[in-house]
Design a binder for this molecule. Structure first.
Ligand SMILES: [Zn+2]
Length: 91
C-alpha cells in the first residue's frame, strides 16, 4: 500500500497537496522536477502511469527519435570458425 501524502515522490513528481477529486479519484497537485506543476490522479501515480507533468514523455519521445536517427553502424559478426587457406602440397 502506497501512502499518498505531501512530499511523496513519484518519478519526477512530488506531491504538493490534495487538489480535489476527479472520477472518484483523488486529484493531487504535483510539482515536477522540470519546474512545472500538474494535477494528477492519485491512481495514475500509484500505478506508475504518470511519472511527470508530461515532460518525461516529451523527452523520451525525443530520445527515441535520436536513437532512430543515430543508429550505430552494425558490427560485422565475427566468424566462429576460421577457414584454413594454407596452400597445402603446393610449393
Ligand atoms: Zn515536468
Amino acid at each position: 500500500m502506497i501512502v499518498m501524502e505531501p512530499g511523496k515522490r513519484f518519478g519526477r513528481l512530488i506531491l504538493l497537496e490534495l487538489a480535489g477529486r476527479r472520477n472518484g479519484n483523488a486529484l493531487w497537485k504535483c510539482h515536477c522536477d522540470c519546474g512545472a506543476e500538474a494535477l494528477v490522479e492519485g491512481a495514475d501515480l500509484r500505478s506508475g502511469n504518470t511519472k511527470s507533468c508530461g515532460c518525461l514523455m516529451r523527452e523520451s519521445a525525443a530520445s527515441r527519435l535520436q536513437l532512430f536517427r543515430f543508429t550505430p553502424p552494425r558490427k560485422p559478426k565475427r566468424k566462429s570458425r576460421r577457414y584454413l587457406t594454407f596452400p597445402f602440397g603446393k610449393s
